[in-house]
Design a binder for this molecule. Structure first.
Ligand SMILES: O=C(CO)COP(=O)(O)O
Length: 271
């Protein structure tokens, strides 16, 4: 269980919504406002279960203005960042800009960036270094494709991504790190990894983090699961010991559904 018998979590759960390339800056504000109202109505305890959204870059200024203006206890981040800080890198976004926009987090190495944009572990290690340089917490995404899963080498494959992308990270930096295990075959397919599959990988990731940074640091890192998470399957997944939260794609675009995912302890299910 994520919680001990007295209801205390080992690590504060993080429920994160990756909007991907959806929601323009007007739609994004409406979605975030709706989410905040729904959670406020339900008296959600943000100190107990943290909420973060990852809108497109063009939404971030509006999200900052809304969260500051209305004092919303929701964190937010970007879906990517440049490995560089400034200069002749047309189309790139610096971690410095994200920091100025109040981003707490940034996704690094989402499988869609790895697959569509050919991002390598070496590049991702440089992006993680850039995130830390600017005080933005990286959410490193790892996970195997269907071919690797079928070959049975998914644990080793995922840990290799983890080691490669974390090259150069210090134990001190790793204390704040977030890792998201997202098996590619479960993303946007409706095919959710079973809770035991999620636990197997999240536990293996924590063991590897302990080898890299020591037990104490590994005990602080939040390891999330992502891939077809919905309100009706989240509670089972988060009941697993080493799963500290979820990274939600499609279901985060519906304020009611996402709010029900955030409120996983209440077993709310939308049909
Ligand atoms: O990629 C994901 C989150 O980053 C998962 O997407 P879905 O929840 O739509 O499967």
């Amino acid at each position: 269980m994520t919680t001990s018998t007295n209801g205390v979590f080992d690590r504060k759960p993080l429920i994160a919504g990756n909007w991907k390339m959806n929601m323009d800056h007007v739609q994004g504000i409406t979605l975030l406002q709706k989410l905040a109202w729904t959670l406020a109505d339900a008296e959600h305890d943000f100190d107990r279960v943290e909420v973060a959204v990852f809108p497109p870059f063009t939404d971030l200024r509006g999200v900052q203005t809304l969260t500051m203006g209305d004092n919303l206890p929701v964190h937010y981040g970007a879906q990517d960042l440049s490995a560089h800080d400034s200069g002749a890198y047309t189309g790139e976004i610096s971690g410095q800009f994200l920091s100025r926009l109040g981003c707490s987090y940034v996704l690094v190495g989402h499988s869609e960036r790895r697959a569509i944009h050919g991002e390598t572990n070496e590049l991702l290690a440089a992006k993680i270094a850039a995130a830390y340089r600017h005080g933005v917490t990286p959410v490193l995404c790892v996970g195997e494709g269907l071919d690797i899963r079928q070959a049975g080498t998914h644990v080793e494959y995922t840990l290799e991504q983890l080691r490669g992308s974390l090259a150069g990270v210090t134990a001190e930096q790793a204390e704040t790190l977030v890792v998201a295990y997202e098996p590619v075959w479960a993303i946007g397919t409706g095919e959710v990894a079973g809770p035991k599959d999620a636990q197997e990988l999240c536990a293996a990731i924590r063991v590897e983090l302990a080898k890299l940074f020591g037990d104490e640091v590994a005990g602080k890192v939040r390891v999330l699961y992502g891939g077809s998470v919905k309100a009706n399957n989240v509670a089972q997944i988060l009941a697993e010991k080493d799963v500290d939260g979820v990274l939600v794609g499609g279901a985060s675009l519906d304020a009611g559904e996402f709010a029900n995912i955030v409120r996983f302890e209440h077993h709310l299910v939308t049909e």
